[in-house]
Write a protein that binds this ligand. Sequence first.
Ligand code: BGC
Length: 511
Amino acid sequence: MSWLSASLVLAFLFQQSWSDKSFEHLFSEDVSNISFPDNFIWGYASAAYQVEGGWDADGKSESIWDYDAHNHPDWFPEGQNGDVACDAYHKTDVDIDLLVYQGVKAYRFSISWPRVLPTGLVDNINEAGIAYYKDLITKLRANNIEPIVTMHHWDHPRILEEQGGFLNESLIVPAFVDYATLLWERFGDDVKWWTTFNEPKQTCGGGYDYGGISPQVRLSGVGGYICGHNVLKAHAKAYRVYDQKFRATQNGKVSMVIDTSWHEPASDSAEDIEASERQNLFHYGWFADPIVFGDYPEVMRQRVDERSRLQNLPASRLPYFTDEEKEELKGSYDYLAINMYTTDLAKWKDDDPIGDPSMSDDVSVTTYQPDDWEKTVTDWFKVVPWGARHLVRWIANRYGDGKGIIVTENGYHDNGNNLEDLDTRGRYHKLYLSNLNDAMYKDGVNLIGYIAWSLMNDVEWYAGWLVNLGHYHVDFYSPERTRTPKQSSVYYKKVVTTNCLVDVCEPAPRK
Ligand code: BGC
């Protein structure tokens, strides 16, 4: 450990005042008392734009989010953007101390593409950016914390966006493959867990179809599918480069992080069950089917083709893969990754009338969350722990879980300021984990890891720091960006260091 930081001292003093008694009321709920396995991967996750700051430090260029922050400041709450964020770019030692103190085995973070490649292309490598990540990775490994590295967490270089970004196949696919290759060349000896893209459903749906996240290109019912197609091609080509050039010597694992809510049938009717399946396939299956089976889910293909035909379009809005591309895609993953937060009910409805193209009309399913489900500060996000079990079970059944499933994000939204969050955020993790534990031991799902979002409050994109999920509070108004522990950090530390959600656990059954 480095020189003791103020944040670490705070964490230590705060956590000393706790004993197992402090959790007793948490244990009284009906929660699994079976240990997670010793080799279970416990971690924390973050993303470059949300924590790093240093937006133009040492040669970094603007990402699409920097561009929005500087050109559309009104899209963010007053000054709450990623220019400085948690200043993680200058606080590697502080954050590593906290990760070590928390006892996690893994840290999932993303690399800022414009920090290492300011032009987006490998003709101009920013060695200062490379050095920042090298230092982070080296220090994580020195502390036995496994780096899990995301190559793209929504923040590609603005300069690539000016040329069409993820809608421009001939630009973005080779640019991403070169970028991935560079990361393997420079970091692949020390990083064994990789994800190419974080949540392409958001990058493409929010970024290029219905708006909501940068770059907010609104090409309803068209842009999302084109972007998704290019993301999948870039992923598959990069994965095959890893196979050919790096796997034998580096022996790492590569996948894509896909997000979805769970969509539970609103009733036992055959229609609602079909609606739920369709909704899950248009969300998780959009990306998971291609990387596992080599092509889009049949229901997506058939519905988008048919609706495009009825719209008198000359071709389907959902592009086709060539046979060669299908081969490249098929099996292009070494583990399955899921970001999950909440659950909706899915109800059958008659097909939406044919009108202007829209991805949600293509699915034509009604989704909702009943009013009496437990609320958070965010509209779409209610606390539904059992949904976690149903979701991983569905993933294991459809895709197989032989390579292992990791929950790469899960966490609780509030205003970020409440340090006494044991009964909200702490309880959220406990109940979700209990359901995941049931999925493992009662349903036989091969879940191998759980990465909480997030170690500390950060820039929650356009919500600034009005919404947050951290186990540590960050004082965004102090130059130190002091991290202060919340009660949830104490409970999570207890869980990850004992593999147990309650006071005493039964051993994990042998496989
Ligand atoms: C994203 C994170 C975000 C989190 C919490 C996920 O969709 O990957 O960047 O902070 O949700 O809302």
